[in-house]
Structures are given as structure tokens and as C-alpha cells.
Design a protein around this ligand. Sequence first.
Ligand code: 5GP
Ligand code: MG
Length: 181
Amino acid sequence: MYKELDEILVTEQQIRMRTHELGKEISDTYGDEEISVISIVNGAIIFTADLLRTITSPVRLDCIRVSSYGNSTTPETAPEILDNMRLDLAGRHVLIVDDILDTGKTISKVVDVITKQNPASIRSCMLLEKIGTREVVYQSDFVGFSIPNKFVVGYGLDFAGRYRNIPVIGVLKEKLQTVAV
Ligand code: 5GP
Ligand code: MG
């Protein structure tokens, strides 16, 4: 057990196995077509790194940084693009990779930005999706795990920048969900 966590929702082995399945689903979908992967950082860094190595289709990678939760466990403001990707996506098959689908606002914002570049297609792959929290209607094409509405950390997911290196996905202890600098 990890001292920061109340509960483990997804183990290392489950992550590894599901990531390989997702890589196969994605490779079967795109075949030999090149995929332009856009990773929403920082949260999706670790998932993206592992997922890419399970994809057999040709891949280009870029990142986009979207304003996140800051130092809280609930979104405070509408997401904004803080650092845009550099790849030209016109006519390309774009696969957005993110750590977790919650209200749906982040992915909707990123889809809007990418749509303006006239890509050939846009899909997304989410490591996690929370059940019953959507404020914007959005369905991801590839989903790792559905989880209850709890604040989770680990495997790239943070609270105030911390806990990304925990190798499992778990519920952060309540007493740690207050900002300590
Ligand atoms: P949405 O815009 O869909 O509400 O939220 C998506 C973003 O919020 C994710 O990319 C992630 O950064 C953050 N997020 C949502 N739920 C959680 C959570 O339970 N834990 C952490 N660490 N981040 C979350
Ligand atoms: Mg994120």
C-alpha cells in the first residue's frame, strides 16, 4: 500500500495489460495510416510514453498544455491553452491522449483548437473516465478504465504537482487534499 493513498483503484499490472489492449485497438483502427498523437501534458505524460510503445501504426508526437486544477481537486475556471502544439495537423489523423475524462471541458477545448486546423479525423484515448461527471457531452473512442467520482492520483495524475510518480492509480487521502506548499 502507498501511504498517500486511501485506496488503490487500478494496479500496475492492470495498467500494463489494458495499455497493451488499447495499443492493439488503436493499431487495428489506424492500420498503416500515420497517427498524429497529441498528448495533454503534464497529466498524460506517463500514459502516453507507455501507450506509444504498444502502437504499431506510424506515429508523430506533440504535446499541448492546458490549464488544469491548479492546487485544488475541483476545476476552478474554464480550461485555457497554455502551450500549443507545433505539428501541422491539416489533413492528418489526430489522436488526443489524456489521463482522465471528468467534466469533458478539457477535451472539448482541445478538440475545438484542433478542429480549426482541418485534420482528416480526430479521436481520443483516455486512460480513465469518471462515471456520472460529464458537464459537456463527450464520448472518447478508446478508454482504459471507468472509475467512480473520486479524486485520484498516480501514474501521471497529480495533486498540486505531486504524486505523479506513484505507479498505481489510487484515491488520495482526504487529509492530503489541502494545499501545502
Ligand atoms: P475535465 O476538463 O474533463 O473536467 O477534466 C480533465 C482534466 O482534469 C484531466 O486532464 C485532469 O488533469 C484533471 N482531473 C480530473 N479529474 C481528476 C482526478 O481525479 N485527479 C487528478 N489528479 N486530475 C483530475
Ligand atoms: Mg490533465
